[in-house]
Every structure is written in structure tokens, then in C-alpha cells.
Ligand binder design. Sequence first.
Ligand code: AHR
Length: 630
Amino acid sequence: HTLTIDADAPRTEMSDDLYGVFYEDINYAADGGLYAELVRNRSFEFAPTDNASFTGMTAWDVVEGAGGTVEVASERSEWLNDSNRAYLQIEADGPGVGVRNEGYNSGFAIERREKYDFTMFVRSDVRQRLTVSLESADGETTYAEKTIRVNARDEWRKVRTRLRANATVDDARLVVTGGAAGTLRLDMVSLFPRDTWVGPVNGRSVLREDLAQLVADLEPSFLRFPGGCVTNVGTFDTYLESDGQDRRRTYQWKETIGPVEERPTNWNFWGYNQSYGLGYLEYFEFAEDLGATPLPVLSVGANGCGSRIPEMTDDERIERWVQDTVDLIEFANGDTDTEWGAVRAELGHPEPFGLEYIGLGNEENTRTFEANFPRFRAAIEERYPDVTVISNSGPDDTGARFDELWEFNREQGVDMVDEHYYNDPAWFLANDDRYDSYDRNGPHVFLGEYASRGNQWRNALAEAAYMTGIERNSDLVELASYAPMFANEDYVQWSPDMMWFDNDESWGSTSYHTQKMFMTNTGDEVVPSEHTGPEATPPPLSGGVFLSTWLTQAAYDDVVVTDNETGDVLFSDDFSGEETWDAQAGAWDVVDGEYVQSAAGVEDARSIIPDAYGQDWSDYTLDLSARKLG
Ligand code: AHR
């Protein structure tokens, strides 16, 4: 193989925000995943409209004690608030009557000596002592226990205590029982580990530590959220407008902020229930803590993802949604003397989030998207001309419709178009030149979702090969994110995924490691290069070379990279004058049939630069970013 790099050829500026992440609440990515809440169905709101097997008692068992009735109720005069209407009602004949929660996966994963914060809303007509405990599934062993005294009071009040576990197990149950005969009502029964992820800006979060850290380790430059099909499918009512009747509401950001007990739960496109415990403020803060640009995606009243739910065509309703969209930007960026900037400040974040991008629509196959999009975009551009509006092209496999949407976007003169595709590894190998021929004068590309089908080593390699094509074209492809991000292994609606977990373990897929390698090694300028040698022959995956070469700025005057074996000069450049650069080099080798990053290549490079310039290696990093498929 020979790699020729032409240092004199014109270089292409690489996008500063090229690699980011796409977060969607799919595969239990939020509840039972990134959101650290351990109690499942804490507000008794699960409903068969979300999932035929769900009821208000999903994940709860009755503890019989002295006997009585335990059931989910929803009396207007009794409920916690208008956004949280279901609650548990216990009519106890004596002590010990209550409920047991099974959590997610095998149960509650707890660690010896770790602390867990318990909170709950209670209403009791008698004075009594409630018992809160963590127990084994058979009830034989108690891992932690506390009592909470409640007075006879005809109103809801919040109680709290802290449990400390005496064992490390992954199948505990949370048990709450009353201490006397009488009527007891419970809602928002919650248990959080004390140890959640701590962000550098916002401090302790509500995010599960290991999962948030896996994301942070990718060093993403943007965070796209909250979907995907979670974003743009449903009716367009709010929970209150529908008087709590509408269980299939399109995701609306205003329902997801404020005290968690006042956030209505909602149907999730992927067939389960979303608590909105992770809402817009949490997503913005997570992005800020990741050092990533927030990139929310909102519906324009068109249902995508093959949904048949009626779309938004009435003018008044569209106008409210347009206003909500503009309000979101004010919530993110507005001064604290604006209406929504003030709300952000009240919620504890006076500093603006610096929103730069907003996605309108996800994967729309209907005409309503074209009808509504211009109105949303015009309203945003009028008030926030600096915010980049991203349109979309629908999924890549829709043939003519994909082309039509691209044409629409060209006519509209949009800045960026969100493309999605999921294909076989061979497709990725055969199409790494996809963007070479895209029109540079048209809209730029946000590759918002892509993955090769499978979670095996060959997928990671095919994606790596493809990403060299993204890098070479990163003047055009400004943003790219693998999808989906998370999957709880016991609740999978979509595979492959980048990161996997259960209730106490988490791991990156092979694709995660490809993403991490590329995301944590990015350049400033693409340096044209040419490879001669055996060509890629997909399929099967063998014998190909895919590469991108780039430079990052740092501190030396010129650089020569020589192949130590042959003595060939691989790359040389004389950065005369003021220019300073840091070249990076790295190669992949096949060692004993395994595909590995070439330590030798890096070591060679390390020895070249100090020799040539008489300086310490510690001043430099060297990575040629030649990704070779052996
Ligand atoms: O990433 C999973 C799904 O794929 C997304 O929700 C949707 O946008 C696409 O169809």
C-alpha cells in the first residue's frame, strides 16, 4: 500500500462540530436507563394505551399485611395535581398493607454502603408510621429499612428519607407499607442513588453515572435530542387541553420542565411510557456538561415514522406550535427578563445555553411537512436569525420521496438537511464516496442517524471506513451522529445500538469504540491524499483501504513523516511564516488476525519529529488517521 499526501493541494476546512451524539428515549434509554430513578411506574400512570400489558399497577405487587384493598384510583378531588391524576389508594384493615416495586431488569441494583434517597407524596387519614425498605425478591432478606411518621392530614405532602444498603445485589425490591388501619394514598414513589453523574458545570445530575460517563467519554460536539420518532409522532394536544384523556401526545417541551410531579407522563412511540423525568432542562444541562452544542428536534405538526395519527392542519393549533418553538429558543437563549428566560432562571439556570441549531421535523413522509415547515422556519428566522434551522429528507430508503424532500429543501434554501440511513456493512463500504458528489452550493448535511446493521466487529470496521468519507467531506457534512445511542438489553425495540446496559452494568458496542476513536481524534483541515494498492472489495469485508488525512493546529513549523521501513517520505510540509501545526498519525495493523491501532506507526512518528526538530516529543501528537482495513 502506498499513501501519497499532497501537502500543496488546497485543503478543506473541517466542521468544528462534526461528531456528536443522538439521544432518543428508545429501548428504555430514559426511564430504566440514563434517568437514574430506580422505581418503575412511580406515579401509577402506566396505561394500556401505552402498551397493552400496562396498567396503573405495572411493576407493583400488593403486600397484603393485615388485609384490605390496594388499587390505583383517580378521583379529581383527590389527585396530586392536574398533570398527575392517578395515585395509589390503600384501604388497610391494619398494619403492613402496601406495595412492592420490581424496578427494571432483575430488580433494584444496589451497592453495599451506598445511599439511596427516597421521596414520596402521601395523604393519610390517620396518624401512622410507614415503613420503607429494600428487600430480596422473596422478602426473606432486608437490605435497608427506615420508617416515616405521617400525621392525619387531608392533603398531599412530600416525605423523604435515606436508605443505606447493607449488601450488593441486583435484584432487590422496594417495599412501602402502612402502619395502621385507615385510608392511605401514595404518589410519586421515588428512589434515587446518591451517586449520580456529576457534570463539570451543573454539578450533580439526575443521570445514571456509568451511562452518562460513557457518553462524556465520546467528547461529543453536539447532543441531538429527544428523538427520532419520539419527537414527531402523536396528536398535538397538550395533556391539559385533552383533560388528561390524550395518551398519545406528540412530545411538547413545555410539558417536560418544572417539578417532576407536575410533568404529565406520556405514551412513547416505541411502545412504552415516558415519565419526562428527563426533560428539556435536563437535556440542555447535560449538553452543557458534555461541552456539546444542544440540538433539539421539534415537530412541525406532521406525523412521521409511518404514523397514521391525524396531522395538524388547523391554523390556530399550528400557530400555537410555532409559538412554542420560538419560545423554546427564548427558554434556551433569552435574557432573564424575557418570559421564558425567566422561567429558565427560576428553574435554577440563569445563564443562557447558547442554542445554535434547531431541527424541524424528523422523518416525514407526508405532505404536511412541506406545508408547515416554512411557517415554523420563518418565525424562527425572524426572531433568531443566528439560529441554524435544520430540515430533513426523511429516511434514505424512501426513494423518490427522499429526492423530493431534498428538492423541497433546495427550493427553500435551507442551511442543512438531516439525513438518516441504516444499511448493511457492505453498503457502507461501497458508499464511502457518497458525499464526494453532493452540490457544495446547496444545503449542507446533518447525518443525524446512521448505523450499519449489526453490532459486530465488521460493523465497526465498515462504519470506520465510511467515516473516513464523512471526514473527507466534512466541509459539506457538518454534523454526524450514530444512532440509536442506548439500549437496555431487556427492553429492546431497535438494534444495533451504540451503548448497552442492564440495571447495573453498561458497555460500548464495537461501534461505540469506532465512534470514540473518531470523535476524540478530529482535525482542522482535510489534506488530500491518494492510496495505491489493493482496492476494497466489499463484500466480503477484506483487503480495502479507506482513509482520511487531516491536520490539527498546534506548535511547530514543519513536519516530515517517513515510513521507517522503506525510507519513503509519507508526508512533508513546510509551514512557513506564522502557521503552526500539529500533525497526527496513526495506522491500523492486522496482528494475529486482530485489527489493532498500530503502536509501531505512532512510535515511528514519535521518533521522527524530535529527530527532525531537536525538540521533545512531549510537544507533539502525531496521528496520520490512515484507517486501513486488513
Ligand atoms: O434511531 C431509531 C429511529 O430510526 C429513530 O427514531 C427514527 O428517526 C429512525 O427511523
